[in-house]
Design a protein around this ligand. Structure first.
Ligand SMILES: Cc1ncc(COP(=O)(O)O)c(C=O)c1O
Length: 410
């Protein structure tokens, strides 16, 4: 497919046209959805060549053969995402975790390179997959400063996130990638989105998204996608064909449908997030606000240089621990109490009880995931409506904190 929109000046225009360059030629305005599970193969010779190509992670040569091997609607979404990430290719999966798994399996090269460096904090599901040993890999958990010293001859991949989930820690992708030498870095770019950060520019080999989040953006699709070189894409497609972790074409259509508004959604949510972070930081019931750039959280000047903005997610600690945090969540009327992020509506969740529950408590506390910590994914609601809701929640939290204080000091 053509990558004509690379010539477009702004990401807003690119997002509108990405993956749609052939539509006029086809006489279409909206991208078509192809729901075929199998594809006709009347000419065996060319079908055989296509089978051979797809089996090795290549593109179809004529017939797409079978939907586990290739689907044109999914390929269109992948093309759009690759354009936004400035990547040669992208490979989509049925969920973010399917994408993480495929990357680990592709990097492990049939078990020949079994060691993985996991740089905490990571999304709880990724942490759990690595900690549980489900894939039979050897995992060393570390931080960005110590990762290079832990590289082994059989290290296949390093995994990191920035901003980190849920503490919004920033890390320098370029410095980390350089320090790792030949070890490929997979950067989970879910929080930043391809609009605010393009990790391949800074030396990451793979930029991973839970497309369930801002890319889908409407809370109705589960998906994962990895932007990378064509060589990595071939390895990832082989794993996808073999394990069947494919994205459904309806889901790919919905994801692609949301891409034109992605820059607008991200920038609007970000402007609101910034205001809420500042107001929360000034609120007496909040002991700590975690938001990129706020209160000395960006000592290396990564905002602007690496990340084109401060993002749409923040976290904050309410005085009174989990009981106060729970009271806050219950009192909210606009913000939806739910895991996930990047949706049109604001979502709030309690990492220690939910997304990061499986992370061992000591590691959780070391990462700053306390009982009072709440993660807020800011949506498209008006900032004043959100603030009024949060203020009501904070009042409920304060009452609980005060009662707990009275009881413990009675
Ligand atoms: C940063 C991050 N990476 C990966 C995932 C996993 O994605 P999925 O839920 O689509 O499998 C999530 C899900 O919450 C996430 O927040």
């Amino acid at each position: 497919m053509k990558h004509a929109s690379r010539r477009l000046h702004s990401d807003t225009s690119r997002a509108v046209h990405a993956g749609r360059h052939d539509l006029v030629e086809l006489g279409l305005h909206a991208p078509p959805i192809d729901l075929s599970s199998t594809y006709p193969t009347p000419d065996l010779e060319s079908a055989g060549l296509s089978m051979e190509s797809l089996g090795h992670g290549g593109h179809p040569k004529g017939s797409a053969i079978y939907a586990r091997m290739h689907n044109p609607t999914v390929a269109r979404f992948e093309e759009a995402l690759a354009e936004l990430e400035g990547a040669e290719a992208a490979v989509a999966f049925g969920s973010g975790m399917a994408a993480v798994t495929a990357a680990l399996l592709a990097a492990a090269d049939c078990g020949r390179r079994r060691h993985v460096l996991a740089i905490r904090p990571l999304y709880g599901g990724t942490d759990h997959l690595l900690e549980a040993g489900t894939l039979g890999l050897e995992v060393t958990f570390t931080d960005a400063a110590h990762a290079a010293s832990l590289v082994r001859p059989d290290t296949s991949l390093a995994i990191a996130e920035t901003p980190g989930n849920p503490t919004l820690d920033l890390l320098d992708i370029q410095a980390l990638a350089r320090s790792l030498g030949p070890v490929p870095l997979m950067l989970d770019n879910t929080f930043a989105t391809p609009i605010l950060q393009n990790p391949l520019q800074f030396g990451a080999a793979l930029s991973l998204h839970s497309a369930t989040k801002a890319i889908g953006g409407h809370g109705d699709v589960l998906a994962g996608v990895i932007a990378c070189s064509e060589a990595w894409a071939e390895r990832l497609r082989v794993v996808r064909v073999l394990t069947g972790a494919v994205l459904h074409p309806m889901a790919a259509y919905l994801l692609h449908r949301g891409i034109p508004t992605l820059p607008l959604r991200v920038r609007t949510m970000q402007a609101t997030a910034r205001v809420l972070a500042e107001r929360l930081a000034a609120h007496p019931g909040v002991s700590r606000v975690l938001y990129p750039g706020l209160g000395g959280t960006d000592p290396h000047g990564l905002i602007g240089r690496q990340m084109k903005g401060t993002g749409t997610i923040l976290a904050f600690d309410v005085a009174g621990g989990i009981a106060a945090a729970s009271a806050l969540m219950k009192a909210l009327e606009i913000v939806t109490p739910a895991v996930s992020l990047g949706s049109t509506d604001s979502l709030i969740q309690h990492p220690a009880a939910l997304t990061h529950r499986s992370v061992p408590e000591a590691a959780r506390l070391a990462e700053g995931i306390t009982g009072g910590l709440l993660r807020l994914s800011v949506g498209l609601e008006d900032v004043e409506d959100l603030w009024a809701d949060l203020e009501a929640g904070l009042a409920a939290a304060r009452d609980v904190a005060a009662r707990t204080h009275e009881l413990t000091h009675a």
